[in-house]
Each structure stands twice: as structure tokens, then as C-alpha cells.
Design a protein around this ligand. Structure first.
Ligand code: PLP
Length: 448
């Protein structure tokens, strides 16, 4: 009864993110009721393994009491303090300091946002300000990678390279450009790693040349492309792209909204790649979904240049909730959990997940298995040699696969192209990872 009335209220009043507005009419929303560890229970009493950590964000898992306590204590003591007017609060100051200590290189300066999209948007604005400060305002062109996702603010949606975020919205803008993805499984240059790196570095150089190298502001990239279908670049790809940016004098931005906070193993994927981006955006695992928060990290030269450009003037960028004390208190507690064993467990379970999914390669529908750590994808095809995607009717934009998984006690992301995406919480046990694999095999069998 309760569920029925919620479904009706939802249908009438709640506008869902990334939804078709009228698309939920038929089945109605599935209401999540509670969660613990890696498991969620819906309003109808179904218990599921959350193989996607919400939206690749609940890295620490559900039901972490110490996080709840930290949020409550902060709410009681000081629920809000603005960062405007030279004011502040202890939690965001401490969190910025803890993060700066752990971030690669001299990414020492942290601007807090509410999530990933506004972190990307803020990065774009800081980058424009940076080039103005350097006396090069003509550097106003941005390059990103096909299949990439950088959120859905007006600026971010244009850097994003997924058509559904463009159609009907009038983006990308004319200052936003793309180079082809490294997508190894379906790359026109073939799957040879050195060949892919050479093609990508050449494409970036060529794009900069086409735009005029002195007009390019920055290159945005995800260390692993998430929403494009979990596309893992060849080892050395990121480093090579970083080097081209350095050579061309372009700022390099690593968008670690998904890859940050243990998702691929270390705290930040850039660390593993041995690079220091000029700016880095994070969100999701920063607070593990317990409260909204994102951040832009700036290297010292970026921060100093912007500051010198501004002089005594105010830099006109700021949100009411930048550095929200409750989110920051959550972030501090979550960081303790990561370092108190969750990162280690995530690494162990990541290896188990990758091995388990690789074991599905013998299934006739599996064309490609890829990933790193607790981030993975299985790409389905009807013909392995020809790499024929599943027919649209078998996918219905991914909902058929999603529903089938759900009915079998598993939440995964089902991409419209017939790709299953996995990003389980780092707290998963051996048995839970094995269940994810078993249930996935069942979904594949039912899809045959
Ligand atoms: N950047 C990347 C790489 C993302 O994957 C996402 C979200 O999935 C975003 C930015 C946007 O973050 P948010 O949804 O928190 O606005």
C-alpha cells in the first residue's frame, strides 16, 4: 500500500535525474528502503547486492556507524558556516589539509563543491581565470575525449561526449572539442596498446594545431572512462597524454570523480599512473554518498597564478555550500575508514572481482571483460568474432538487462550499448563478490 502510494506520488511529482520523465509510467519507481554493507533492501522486501555502490559512490559501503555519528555530531555543534567573509569551520579546513597531504605532487589547494558536475564547472572557471591572470585570455578552447563524461552542468555536459547529454540542450559549445577515445575493444586503429597511445597523442597534437596551440586552455580526461562504458586506457596512455599537454603548455585536468577514493585501488588513480595533473576533480567516494560533496584540487602554480591575477580583488566564484561542515565531517570520517582497512580490502576484492568476471569470458554473450580494481565492465555481443552488439530490442536502452539483474538480486549498471558496469563497495566480502559473479552469469544465461 505504502509502495503503491509512493509510486503514484513519484510519478506525479518527482523529476528523476537521467530519466525520460514519462518513461517510468509503466513499471513505477522501485523504492529503496534500507541498506547495510554491500546490500540494499527495497520497499517490497527484496534484498539485493549493490554491485554499483549506488552510483559508483558508496565506496565505504552502507551502515557505517562512525560516519553517521560524525555527521550528527557536526550537525549538533555547527551545522553550517559560510566560507565567505573570511569565515570558516574546522571540518572543511582539516579535510582540505588531509586531502592535500595525500593528493599527488603539489595539488595542495582544495576548493569544495557539492558534487562532481560543479567540480568540473568550477575547474573550467578557474582555468579561464588562470589564463586571464597569465595575460593569455585567448586560451579559451577546451579538449576532452570521446565517450568521456564530465557531469551535466552546462559546461560539463559539453565536455561530456555522450550524445544523450547533448541532444536538445544546444551543447557542446563551440569552445569544446573532442579527440577519439582509447576504447581498445572497438578502436579503429586496432587494440595494440602502443598503437592506441600513438594515435591518441597524435590526435591531441593535431586538435591543438587545428585550434591554434596558443588558444587551447586545457585537456580534460578521466583516468578510466566510466559512463562511456568503463573504458580502461592502455598502461602509459595517461602519462603520454600528460606529457603532450606539458609540451604544448596546456593544463591537464584529471577527472577522478569515479576513480578517486579507492575505486581502482589507490586513493587516486593518477597516483598509480605516476602523474601529477594541474587540476583534479573528485566527488562520490570523497563522502561515500553519505552527504553530497565534490572538490577541485589545484597545483600550486595554478593557485598562485590565479591569486596573483586577482590581487586584492574578489574572485567571483563561490557556492553557499562550498565546504559544508557536515559533508566535510563525513569526508574526514570516510577517509579514516579507507585508511583503516577499506582500501586494502578494496584491492583484494578488486582482484577477485576482475578474476571472477574474466571467468565469464567463456560465455557466448561475452565479448570483452575489462576494468581495474573495483571498477569493471562486461561488454555483451551476439557474435564474438564480429563483435556484433546485442540488438536494440534485447536491450531497451539497458532496462531489460537492468531489470533481469534486479530480479536476480543484483544491482549493476546496464549501459544502453549492452555493457554491464560494476563498481561494488570496497567493503565487499569474498562471498559477496562471488555472488555478484554468479548472479551475473545467471543474467547472461537468461539473456541468451
Ligand atoms: N565526472 C565524472 C568522471 C563522473 O563520472 C561524474 C558522475 O558520474 C561527474 C563528473 C559528475 O558528478 P556528479 O554526478 O556528482 O555531479
Amino acid at each position: 500500500m505504502l509502495t503503491n502510494s509512493l509510486v503514484e506520488l513519484d510519478r506525479r511529482h518527482l523529476v528523476h535525474p537521467l530519466s525520460s520523465f514519462h518513461g517510468h509510467e509503466a513499471r513505477g519507481v522501485r523504492v529503496m528502503r534500507s541498506a547495510q554493507g554491500a546490500r540494499v533492501t527495497d520497499n517490497e522486501g527484496h534484498e539485493l547486492i549493490d554491485g554499483f555502490a549506488g552510483l559508483w559512490c558508496v565506496n565505504a559501503g552502507y551502515g557505517q556507524e562512525s560516519v553517521v555519528e560524525a555527521a550528527m555530531a557536526q550537525m549538533r555543534e555547527l551545522p553550517y558556516a559560510t566560507g565567505y567573509f573570511g569565515l570558516g569551520a574546522e571540518a572543511p579546513i582539516r579535510l582540505a589539509a588531509e586531502l592535500a597531504e595525500r593528493a599527488p605532487g603539489d595539488l595542495d589547494h582544495v576548493y569544495f563543491t557539492l558534487g562532481g558536475s560543479d567540480a568540473v564547472d568550477s575547474a573550467v572557471r578557474f582555468i579561464r581565470y588562470y589564463w586571464h591572470s597569465k595575460g593569455q585570455p585567448e586560451r579559451d578552447q577546451f579538449i576532452s575525449v570521446a565517450q568521456g563524461f564530465h557531469g551535466s552542468t552546462s559546461a560539463g555536459a559539453g565536455l561530456t561526449a555522450l550524445p544523450v547529454f547533448h541532444e536538445g540542450f544546444g551543447v557542446p559549445y563551440d569552445w569544446q572539442h573532442k579527440i577519439p577515445s582509447h576504447y581498445a575493444y572497438r578502436n579503429p586503429v586496432g587494440s595494440d596498446e602502443a598503437g592506441i597511445i600513438a594515435a591518441s597523442t597524435a590526435a591531441l597534437r593535431a586538435k591543438a594545431e587545428e585550434l591554434g596551440p596558443e588558444r587551447v586552455a586545457a585537456f580534460f580526461v578521466e583516468p578510466i572512462q566510466g559512463s562511456g562504458g568503463v573504458l580502461v586506457p592502455p598502461k602509459g596512455w595517461i602519462k603520454a597524454m600528460r606529457e603532450v599537454c606539458t609540451e604544448l603548455g596546456i593544463l591537464f585536468v584529471a577527472d577522478e570523480v569515479i576513480t578517486g577514493f579507492g575505486r581502482t585501488g589507490p586513493l587516486f588513480a593518477s597516483e598509480e599512473e605516476g602523474i601529477v595533473p594541474d587540476l583534479m576533480t573528485v566527488a562520490k567516494g570523497l563522502t561515500s554518498g553519505y552527504a553530497p560533496m565534490g572538490a577541485v584540487f589545484m597545483r600550486d602554480h595554478v593557485y598562485q597564478t590565479i591569486g596573483e591575477g586577482a590581487g586584492q580583488k574578489l574572485i567571483g566564484h563561490g557556492f553557499t555550500y562550498s565546504g559544508h561542515p557536515v559533508s566535510a565531517a563525513v569526508g574526514l570520517e570516510v577517509l579514516k575508514l579507507y585508511e583503516g582497512g577499506l582500501l586494502d580490502n578494496g584491492r583484494r576484492q578488486g582482484a577477485r572481482l576482475q578474476a571472477g568476471l574474466a571467468g565469464l569470458s567463456d560465455h557466448p554473450l561475452v565479448g570483452d571483460v575489462r576494468g581495474r580494481g573495483m571498477l569493471a565492465a562486461v561488454e555483451l555481443v551476439t557474435d564474438e568474432d564480429k563483435k556484433t552488439p546485442l540488438p536494440a530490442a534485447a536491450l531497451e536502452g539497458g532496462t531489460r538487462l537492468f531489470d533481469r539483474a534486479y530480479e536476480n538480486g543484483l544491482i549493476v549498471r546496464a549501459f544502453a550499448q549492452g555493457i554491464l558496469g560494476f563498481a561494488p563497495p570496497l567493503c565487499c566480502t569474498d562471498a559477496e563478490i562471488d555472488e555478484i559473479i554468479d548472479r551475473t552469469r545467471r543474467v547472461l544465461d537468461l539473456t541468451l
